[in-house]
Design a protein around this ligand. Structure first.
Ligand code: ATP
Ligand code: MG
Length: 588
């Protein structure tokens, strides 16, 4: 993933190099902008575009955004921010079938959550491709009038058969030489609902012998009776994606249209189409240019809206924002942070070669950001009782725990110590293994921020599980007092006062898939689901955590980073999700 980006300085990439080159050449110096998208006549009425570049993030509102989209968002919005440009949020909603308002809303939320905004002063650059249907229709008629498109009456099967292969040219359709008048009439009849779905199709007339199959008279408009979420039943013909997308870019005066590698072979058609429409006077130069980069592939997750829809609809997860899902809504609920995504996208870079990125790289980025940002708190996840038998029964004593070891300015908080505490079950071993330095039947350990204690005994339940550990404390050894160092102990364990702790629901998440490449080979990716991807426990938390607000983040010492759930929030009794474990296991 890093080999191909060596010659380019950190934070840079080949797309930035292209933008810098274009700006140095004043390539867009004459480009006009009338304040809104539109054709050549509309833009000619505007001023020189104050935005030095225009990019766009063009999701289809047919699902929730995922971590792969974050890469595209940081790239497109990041370019606009760094080069005095503007990035549009464009809903690519030209396909009437699978689109909905819920998806539109969730996508806007996710982009804003990552820290980006599409407004630029008075201008709100939030667009819907379906608002360009009128222009797209006009563009199609213009192609027909100039002999660049024809209505084909072949069936889908016939078209497939005559398309040729990578090694053999295709064959011209028998309908390719229809007159302009006949094509226009048929196309208008298609629009007016006079032809059945799939009976006629409008195709560009380019070259059936082209080595690029995408130039062999590609389909550009089809008959499809479907209700559209924005335009309702106004249209019964819809443009194909490859026809619509370049036009959307051009109407919005996009300078750099950045997409993933699978569109590389479409670029000649992108250029061909915009050139034809410019010749016809519908669009003005400079026209947008398409650039491709490698999509993000991440191990242990699936980044495809279709698969994510399956996981949600078949109830393998609790919803689109299930913290195990790689959706941005899920990542947010899991406790992942926008700054972590920024670090991640900077670190993986932008290249033209497909590769797989290890999920641990993303986790490391989240840890790095959270290590700096999150205050420390104490939580006992698998509690057993510790009774300090020589400690006065009604005494409550303040111990002081730093909120952040690297940021003394964040101060300390009080953690109350009492005779009975909760400690982790794993911090006591009846028969210690080699190198175990925590509590043992005759051992000593420091209660972190408190005293050194010496074990005096323990109790077990019927099943043989230790439930209570007894100890005495050494009164002169309190942390922060002169006597603290008098007795050296190797272990240091965390605890919470049983009288003050509150029992909270905690969800421990693991990977949703147990395989690095879910569904590789001929396996069904659903067979690779990890059956133990979430575990809900009741933990004992220090009292200050009761005040946590939804989305407050903490490091629970020794356990990892946790976030107060933003959804299942009970005031005064937050539920926590584990975001990610600590890099290193507890030092024994
Ligand atoms: P999916 O295959 O998951 O349905 P998509 O590409 O169809 O994704 P769009 O809504 O069309 O989803 O994507 C919006 C933008 O996000 C596009 O410009 C696309 O190139 C980009 N994008 C989608 N997936 C990734 C990815 N894995 N890595 C980088 N960019 C991506
Ligand atoms: Mg798509």
């Amino acid at each position: 993933m890093s080999a191909e980006k060596t010659p380019i300085p950190l934070g840079s990439n080949f797309i930035r190099a292209i933008v810098e080159h274009d700006l140095a050449d004043n390539k867009f110096a004459s480009k006009k902008w009338a304040g809104s998208p539109g054709d050549a006549a509309h833009q000619a009425k505007g001023q020189i575009d104050p935005a030095k570049i225009r990019t766009r993030f063009p999701p289809e509102p047919n699902g929730y955004l995922h971590i792969g989209h974050a890469k595209s968002i940081f790239l497109n919005f990041g370019l606009a921010r760094d080069y005095a440009g503007v990035c549009h949020l464009r809903f690519d909603d030209t396909n009437p079938e699978k689109e909905s308002q819920e998806y539109v809303d969730s996508i806007s939320d996710a982009v804003q959550w990552l820290g980006f905004n599409w407004a630029n002063g008075q201008e709100n650059n939030l667009y819907f491709a379906s608002n360009y249907f009128d222009f797209m229709y006009r563009a199609a008629e213009s192609l027909i009038e100039n002999g660049h498109a024809f209505v084909d009456s072949q069936t889908a099967d016939e078209m497939r058969e005559t398309r040729g292969t990578l090694t053999e040219p295709g064959k011209n359709s028998p309908w390719r030489n229809r007159s302009v008048a006949e094509n226009l009439q048929l196309f208008r009849e298609m629009r007016d609902g006079k032809h059945a779905d799939g009976s006629l199709i409008l195709r560009a007339k380019i070259d059936m012998t082209s080595p690029n199959i995408n130039l062999r008279d590609p389909a550009i408009y089809r008959v499809r009776r479907a209700h559209h979420h924005n335009t309702g039943d106004t249209w019964c013909i819809y443009p194909m994606y490859t026809f619509a997308h370049p036009i959307e870019d051009a109407l919005e005066q996009i300078t750099h249209s950045i997409c993933t590698l699978e569109f590389e072979d479409q670029r000649p058609f992108y250029d061909w189409l915009l050139e034809r429409l410019a010749e016809a006077g519908l669009l003005a130069h400079p026209l947008p240019k398409q650039y491709e980069f490698a999509r993000l592939n991440l191990t242990y997750v699936v980044l495809s809206k279709r698969k994510l829809i399956d996981l949600v609809e078949q109830k393998h997860v609790s919803g689109w924002d299930d913290p195990r899902l790689p959706t941005l809504a899920g990542a947010r609920r899991r406790g992942y942070v926008p700054e972590g995504f920024k670090l991640f996208t900077d670190r993986i870079g932008v290249s033209k070669a497909d590769s797989w990125i290890e999920y641990t790289i993303l986790e490391d980025c989240m840890r790095e950001v959270l290590n700096d940002a999150a205050e420390r708190r104490i939580a006992v996840l698998d509690p057993i009782k510790l009774v300090i038998d020589n400690y006065p029964a009604n005494q409550v004593e303040d111990c002081f725990a730093p909120n952040h070891p690297l940021k003394p300015e964040l101060g300390k908080r009080v953690v109350p110590l009492t005779r009975e505490c909760w400690i982790e079950a794993e911090d006591f071993m009846e028969t210690p293994s080699k190198g175990f330095f925590r509590l043992t039947p005759d051992g000593m350990v420091r209660l972190r921020y408190g005293y050194v204690v010496k074990c005096t005994g323990f109790e077990k339940d019927a099943a043989g599980k230790v439930t209570v550990v007894h100890c005495d404390y050494l009164p002169d050894t309190k942390s922060g007092t002169p006597g603290a160092d008098a007795i050296k102990v190797k272990g240091n364990i965390h605890w919470v006062s049983a009288q003050h702790a509150y029992a909270a629901e905690i969800r421990l998440y693991d990977r949703l898939f147990k395989e690095a490449h879910p569904g590789s080979g001929d396996r069904d990716y659903l067979n690779d689901l990890n059956p133990d991807s979430v575990k809900t426990i009741t933990a004992q938390l220090e009292p200050s955590l009761k005040d946590a607000k939804p989305e407050d983040r903490f490091q629970f010492e020794r356990h990892g980073y946790f976030v107060a759930d933003r959804k299942d929030n009970v005031a005064g009794k937050p539920v926590f999700n584990r975001t990610v474990t600590l890099r290193d296991a507890w030092q024994k």
